[in-house]
Write a protein that binds this ligand. Structure first.
Ligand SMILES: [Zn+2]
Length: 166
């Protein structure tokens, strides 16, 4: 059985016991998080939040991309979130390559250059990367200055979050 068939089978029993059908759309804890997509991070578990509590935006690296900014702006202005977190982590795959090397490799393998993605957003210093992401959120003119934007590194060995101060 392939994995998609396996997870669809799980969903059948999940839906049979489903009790969350009446949650409101706005996140109950008024929190929005951007986090790396790394499979070792279970954001809800590490933060003690539940379905309906928060917006969780995930991508490779936990990068504040244009799309993450789009989501934060919608999250705050249309759905009422009031605090933002950026979560990167130790042993991130984004520390293992350079944008230009990956681009050159993929161009060579495929025989084609592409317009997108413009950047892969690889980085070499996770704390510095978190600072840059916080800065991108805080400097956006459509994100009010009173919104706390705090950044963290999650340790995949201990489960602990350590705050990165700007
Ligand atoms: Zn990662």
């Amino acid at each position: 059985m392939n994995v998609i068939e396996e997870v669809l089978k799980h969903n059948k029993s999940y839906a049979q016991g489903f009790t969350l059908g009446n949650l409101p759309m706005p996140p109950g804890r008024k929190l929005a998080v951007v986090a790396c997509m790394d499979a070792r991070l279970t954001v809800e578990e590490m933060l003690g939040i539940k379905t309906g509590d928060a917006h969780i935006i995930r991508n490779a690296g936990g990068i504040v991309t244009e799309d993450a900014l789009r989501s934060f702006i919608i999250s705050h202005h249309l759905l009422g979130t009031q605090e933002f977190m950026v979560i990167n982590h130790t042993d991130c795959g984004m520390l293992t390559f350079k944008d230009e090397e990956l681009r050159a490799k993929l161009q060579q393998q495929s025989g084609t250059a592409t317009v997108v993605p413009v950047h892969f957003h690889a980085f070499s210093d996770v704390e510095e990367n978190v600072r840059q992401q916080i800065q991108k959120v805080k400097s956006h003119p459509w994100i009010p200055k009173h919104i706390p934007v705090r950044g963290f590194v999650y340790d995949v060995k201990t489960g602990r979050l350590t705050e990165v101060f700007t």
